[in-house]
Write a protein that binds this ligand. Structure first.
Ligand code: FE2
Ligand code: FE2
Length: 323
């Protein structure tokens, strides 16, 4: 648990992190899974079931939709959900390999834990490409996932390591929260879709621990000015994520309106677009920002003035989501 790492960075001692890296290696070896043998097992998606559960998709806020339309909207969001992870894992794997080099001639537990982390993210990207192909085979034509993984990764990796590790920690903590609070518990969700995120969650549990260790290690290395630049970069990264969400919410709303069946009025179309954007902001920004484990680490690493800057930048998004 994280109490062990709540001390100020200057007090972090070598033995504790190396034991935590070792525990991640042990867990990673124990739960290691294979895409076909363990996750897909020759199955296809059941398109009579929802993909993304209501707690994440917010489709039940669109009361004029019939059950089949709500289900289709949850499947579109589920398809985008898998594509978003495939996207972010491109830059996460590259950054993790980069920071692992710091441990090359040092802590061999850290090195192995991070190499396994990167290897798992490369496997997850392959899993999510499979999911996209399976969704494409069972859903009507016209869906597009707009952001391009390498273009996004290049932009993200141009920012400071402090900011990239903070964003990564945020992402991997909301992955855990989504599974724990919605995906694993809601009924009427496609069994295969649920299993994909069960197996993903198992490996992400170690990633979230390693993100925190590496973020704190990077923080300890930086001076005040560099940390402040990290905060600025993090704010810019969150704005860039929001830009991607706005673009994809519009694309997904357009696809839904085109393929769901009924002709929706202009006000209904606007409502569909607004709920999608709100749901995406909840899924990829706000649910992570509200995650206590993330707040705890962030508070330990930033000054009150920096926290204030982050809060002001997030305020319009939080207000939109009603959080
Ligand atoms: Fe992953
Ligand atoms: Fe991960």
């Amino acid at each position: 648990m994280q109490e062990a790492t709540l001390e100020a960075p200057s007090q972090i001692t070598r033995p504790m992190p190396t034991q935590r890296y070792a525990k991640c290696i042990e867990a990673s070896k124990r739960i290691r899974w294979d895409i076909d043998r363990d996750v897909i097992r020759g199955r296809q998606f059941d398109f009579d079931k929802k993909f993304l559960p209501d707690g994440l998709s917010k489709v039940n806020e669109l009361s004029f939709l019939r059950p089949g339309e709500m289900r289709f909207l949850s499947q579109i969001q589920g398809r985008t959900y898998a594509n978003i992870f495939g996207l972010v894992e491109r830059f996460i794997a590259a950054k993790v390999l980069e920071v692992s080099r710091d441990h090359g001639l040092g802590d061999q537990n850290a090195l192995e834990a991070l190499v396994r982390f990167a290897d798992e993210e490369i496997k997850h990207q392959e899993l999510f490409r499979r999911i996209e192909r399976m969704c494409a085979g069972g859903m009507p034509e016209g869906y597009t996932f707009l952001p391009e993984p390498n273009a996004v990764a290049s932009a993200v990796l141009a920012k400071s390591t402090w900011a990239v590790l903070a964003l990564t920690c945020h992402i991997e903590l909301f992955v855990l929260a989504h599974y724990r609070e919605s995906i694993g518990t809601e009924a009427d969700v496609s069994e295969l879709w649920k299993d994909v995120f069960l197996f993903h969650w198992k490996e992400e549990s170690q990633h979230a621990i390693l993100d925190e260790l590496e973020w704190r290690r990077e923080h300890a290395r930086l001076n005040e000015g560099e940390r402040d630049l990290g905060v600025t970069d993090l704010i810019e990264l969150v704005a860039a994520v929001d830009g991607i969400l706005q673009m994809q919410a519009q694309a997904d709303a357009g696809y839904f309106v085109l393929r769901a069946g009924p002709t929706y009025s202009a006000s209904e179309q606007t409502a569909i677009h607004h709920v999608l954007l709100k749901a995406y902001r909840w899924q990829y920004i706000v649910s992570g920002v509200k995650e206590p484990r993330f707040v705890e680490v962030l508070k330990a690493l930033v000054t009150p003035a920096q926290m204030d800057r982050i809060g002001k930048a997030l305020s319009p998004i939080l207000q939109n989501v009603g959080g």
